[in-house]
Design a protein around this ligand. Structure first.
Ligand code: SF4
Length: 275
């Protein structure tokens, strides 16, 4: 597998970072504990299969998740971590009837998910021409992260994943500054800002850093979010109808799934189509 996504295109670089449930073993429906909430309609202890999970490892209510009170399942994305754990880390082993093996897979899931999410963002950075001066650094970190993701169960358990996150976060920040710095004018930074429920309809946020901002339930209708940095921004329940996200940086499918949009929302073709 290539460790240098530049030149292969973003889609190719991310091909193995897309969840393929047919090659997983429903790790996300069994491993984590869930508390009854607006996201998940029942309590479920860690390591116990969700009662909606079929014998074939498929969700029996997949088409009705939102209506049945499980929107948290809709917005979850493992970035291909599940199939990586089953097929690579544990070499295709069957967790059923093997509690120790299963426990190892569940423990590896959050680690692998974080590594794959970092790879997702680093791959995007390598497609940004304005970030070319940093592509060497990005490529090296991408290669190291990918190598880490191929480690065995013990190596994953011992991995300093927080260190990888910190390193990638700093590098992606510099990438973002380079890319947004080319704009003749950009909106002020609102990094990590509390914008819960904010009325930002039609707001001029082009090129703004909204990294890690809390935009839960924010009204962003018709907002100009072109070239904005949305890494880690919490868009749950935000209203993006008519908003323009063309060139927005580091937007993921889970972020878009958690927001509301419409056919007038622009610039999300690489993410998720809004219903
Ligand atoms: S509701 Fe479906 S997708 Fe969600 S955890 Fe249960 S089986 Fe998995």
């Amino acid at each position: 597998m290539s460790t240098t996504p530049a030149g292969h295109g973003l889609a190719a670089a991310r091909a193995h970072l897309r969840a393929d449930c047919s090659r997983c073993a429903a790790l996300c429906c069994v491993g984590p504990a869930f508390a009854r909430s607006a996201d998940f309609a029942l309590d479920k202890p860690a390591g116990q299969p969700c009662p909606n999970l079929g014998e074939d490892f498929r969700c029996r209510i997949h088409a009705e998740l939102r209506d049945r009170g499980f929107p948290g399942c809709v917005v979850f994305d493992c970035f291909g971590a599940g199939q990586q754990i089953v097929q690579v880390t544990f070499r295709g082993a069957d967790r059923r009837g093997a509690p120790d093996l299963a426990a190892g897979m569940y423990a590896a899931l959050p680690v692998m998910r974080q590594l794959h999410e970092l790879l997702w963002h680093l791959a995007e950075a390598l497609t940004l021409p304005a970030a070319a001066p940093l592509h060497g650094e990005v490529r090296r970190l991408h290669a190291r992260t990918e190598a880490a993701s191929r480690g065995g169960p013990e190596e994953l358990a011992a991995l300093d994943v927080a260190g990888y996150r910190a390193e990638a976060g700093e590098l992606l920040h510099r990438v973002s500054e380079l890319v947004r710095g080319r704009l003749p004018r950009r909106a002020g930074a609102r990094r990590g800002a509390d914008l819960i429920g904010a009325r930002l309809r039609g707001a001029k946020l082009r090129g703004a850093s909204l990294r890690g901002a809390y935009l839960i339930g924010a009204d962003l209708r018709d907002a100009d979010l072109r070239d904005a940095d949305l890494l880690g921004a919490d868009l749950r329940g935000s209203d993006l109808r008519g908003a323009d996200l063309t060139g927005a940086l580091f937007v993921t499918r889970p972020q878009l799934e958690a927001a509301r949009g419409d056919t007038a929302t622009r610039g999300v073709a690489g993410g998720t189509p809004f219903r």
